[in-house]
Design a protein around this ligand. Structure first.
Ligand code: AHR
Length: 479
């Protein structure tokens, strides 16, 4: 494949927020996966597991979405502040019907984001919460000086306000967040967002609940009624192997499901293109961001685990889904301002899996690591040969070009030639690859898939030449 790069032509900035994460009160994501409590024998800082924080810092998480998901529209933030012993318990009806002790609340979330060095995306409760409750949460988090909520925060030992970069007004309001019609939600959005007040200096980026998958009518109606009141609108699309009701297994799957899962992930391109066409009608200036705040593979839970916990293994196939999807987001970087993979630990397409004190990094984690150089890079246009099993991104930052290639062929290596830049020197080349479709890491074999040095790259006469193995993701950096 011959590809001509145009590094001297101005490209669209790839927002670092495309590399966002999502952590919900679901299964073992928050509890066990992130929060173990100060008294835990698992090494932690202020109750937050240190191994998880260290691993997530390596992939440079830019932003974390919390507390849900469906959980967000049942969450009452005042139950999660103050002394832990007196916090009100609740039932997490969506996810296993467990009793939630609210030990991980607003203060613990900000402690986590501070340890990660990342920004904050709070999802507010429209489905079962009041306007007052939402207004007071924003005041509690961001108000400096004296006010009822700022004073309450100080009583809870947090003198300084925090910074909230993104605020979502409801989640899946067409489904678990209230089963609303788009016209009704759009009016509610206008009302609730009014009280997401600007107490702090940093402007809060307000996100409306957008459509599920290809619900173009939802996008159309919500924008028609509420476009001037939002900074972003969400989109949810999960990659499936087939019908929603018959989720394919994460391991030992047939070859047909290698292809069907990747094809389902590739649908993201069509969805963004069509939703963008509607957005262009109401927002031709492209002011409003498309926020893909839930994406990733949704597979059958691991046998023997609680179906409400959504715990699934993660293979080289999920790595393909990740690379293909990130490449699609990069392609649409003018509209996609943020994306948040679901979810960070132990739920759906996780970065990390934990078992007691042990933690492993998944193939998905390694793609986020291989791709991190694209964060805030400038996407470089290219043209030339195409292949049905190759997906790639080229971006530029300072004087470096980063080329990431995913070859999702099951058996064929691909030779690629990249030209268009002179005097290039290789800075580094790394990759992950597998020999079997469901290659994965587990607690006995944590390094089956890990990032290795990539040798199959040479630069000859202004051409980068590389041979990318099947079932692999490669990143080459030149300057
Ligand atoms: O990510 C799991 C769930 O998927 C979220 O809670 C919900 O928003 C979506 O349906």
């Amino acid at each position: 494949m011959k590809i001509f790069m145009t590094p001297n032509k101005a490209g669209t900035k790839i927002s670092k927020y495309i590399y966002g994460q999502f952590a919900e009160h679901l299964g073992r994501c928050i509890y066990e996966g992130i929060w173990v409590g100060e008294e835990s024998p698992i090494p932690n800082k202020n109750g937050i597991r240190s191994d998880v924080v260290a691993a997530l810092k390596t992939i440079q998480v830019p932003v974390l979405r919390w507390p849900g998901g469906c959980f967000a529209d049942e969450y009452h933030w005042k139950d999660g502040i103050g002394p832990k012993e007196t916090r009100k318990q609740m039932v997490n009806t969506h996810w296993g019907g467990l009793t939630e002790n609210n030990h991980f609340g607003t203060h613990e979330f900000f402690e986590l984001t501070e340890q990660l060095g990342c920004e904050v995306y709070i999802n507010g409760n429209v489905g079962s919460g009041t306007v007052q409750e939402m207004q007071e949460w924003v005041e509690y988090m961001t108000m400096n000086g004296t006010s009822p909520m700022a004073d309450l925060r100080k009583e809870n030992h947090q003198a300084e306000p925090w910074n909230v970069t993104f605020f979502g007004v409801g989640n899946e309001s067409w489904g678990c967040g209230g089963n609303m019609r788009p016209e009704y939600y759009a009016d509610l959005y206008r009302r609730y967002q009014t009280y997401v007040r600007q107490y702090g200096e940093e402007k809060i980026y307000k996100i409306a609940c957008g459509p599920n998958i290809d619900d173009y009518n939802w996008m159309e109606q919500v924008l028609k009624i509420a476009a001037p009141f939002m900074d972003g609108i969400s989109l949810h699309h999960y990659a499936l192997t087939g019908a929603w009701e018959e989720k394919g297994s994460a391991l030992n799957f047939p070859e047909a499901q290698w292809w069907s899962l990747i094809e389902s992930a590739q649908k993201m391109d069509e969805l963004i293109t069509k939703h963008t066409t509607i957005m262009d009608k109401y927002d031709p200036e492209k002011r409003i961001g498309l926020i893909v705040d839930e994406w990733g593979s949704w597979l059958a839970v691991e046998p023997g685990t609680n179906p409400g916990f959504l715990y699934q293994q993660n293979t080289i196939r999920d790595a393909m889904v990740t690379a293909v999807t990130l490449n699609i987001f990069h392609k649409h970087a003018d509209r996609v301002h943020m994306a948040n993979i679901a979810q960070t630990v132990n739920v759906l397409q996780a970065m990390l899996l934990t078992d007691g004190e042990n933690m492993i990094k998944t193939p998905t984690y390694h793609v986020f690591d291989l791709y991190k150089n694209h964060q805030d890079g400038e996407r470089i246009d290219s043209y030339g040969d195409e292949s049905e099993t190759i997906s790639y991104t080229i971006s530029k930052k300072s004087n470096q070009l980063t080329i990431s290639i995913c070859n999702f062929s099951l058996a064929e290596s691909k030779e690629l030639f990249f030209t268009g830049s002179s005097d290039m020197k290789l800075v580094e080349a790394k990759f992950i690859a597998a020999k079997v479709m469901d290659a994965h890491n587990d607690f006995d074999h944590p390094e089956t898939i890990s990032v290795e040095e990539f040798q199959e790259v040479t630069i000859v006469n202004e051409t980068i030449q590389t041979i990318v193995p099947p079932m692999s993701v490669v990143t080459i950096v030149v300057e």
